[in-house]
Design a protein around this ligand. Structure first.
Ligand SMILES: [Zn+2]
Length: 225
């Protein structure tokens, strides 16, 4: 199936609960569409030309870890509410979310300018591992899903095969993605140390900081489209 096929499947609604990424040669990761988790439409979508040379890892801090798919879907909606309604951004800031259920949740998606790492929003895939990973390591299925998503992105040509893997803290003054998770990703393939000059950010289009306050009570999810 082509990436377009994935998109079309997504647009067909929830009858197809998940897309197996196995065709790309990576194990068992499953990608849920925006309609699966009840996303509102973005206010606007701006694309950038891929493949993305950077992958940037985040933690959500809040919401905390979710272990069931319904809970992780709600976490995605809460983050979208916070980013879109409270912050006034176009959409949830991240390209993808990863749940403690081991599922991958489509945020802005590949090749869409994000709001997660100023200066890198138009050349990266921003992946948030839902939870607070300052002292705890995310469960294995979560780490595996993140790795599978990256492999899938490379396989599909959305991510440069020579991509650089970064933690959010390397490009902004933030504790994100948490000490424990950051220590973990320093051992992943393509993890890259940046020199000081690269971490100097210009004025952000949509600033994004951690930790975030608790997401406000959300109104009912918009009708699925
Ligand atoms: Zn972050």
């Amino acid at each position: 199936m082509t990436a377009l096929g994935l998109v079309l499947l997504s647009m067909m609604g929830y009858s197809q609960p998940a897309v197996n990424l196995g065709e790309s040669g990576v194990a068992n990761a499953r990608l849920l569409s925006r309609s699966d988790w009840g996303a509102r439409l973005p206010k606007s979508v701006e694309h950038f030309q891929g493949p993305a040379p950077y992958v940037i890892i985040h933690h959500s801090y809040m919401p905390g870890v979710c272990y069931t798919t319904p809970d992780c879907m709600k976490s995605m909606r809460d983050m979208q509410d916070f980013h879109q309604l409270e912050r006034g951004w176009n959409d949830i800031g991240y390209s993808f979310g990863i749940g403690g259920d081991g599922m991958i949740y489509t945020g802005r998606g590949f090749n869409v300018i994000g709001a997660h790492a100023p200066k890198y929003n138009d050349k990266s895939v921003g992946i948030v591992l839902i939870g607070d990973w300052r002292t705890e390591l995310p469960p294995k299925q979560m780490l595996d899903a993140a790795k599978n998503l990256i492999a899938f992105g490379v396989f599909k040509g959305y991510i440069d095969p020579a991509y650089k893997l970064l933690g959010h803290r390397q490009v902004r003054d933030t504790e994100c993605p948490g000490d424990r998770l950051f220590a973990e990703i320093t051992g992943w393939p393509h993890f890259t140390l940046l020199n000081g000059t690269e971490t100097t950010t210009s004025a952000p289009v949509e600033p994004h900081v951690h930790p975030q306050p608790v997401a406000p009570q959300s109104p009912p999810a918009a009708p699925k489209v």
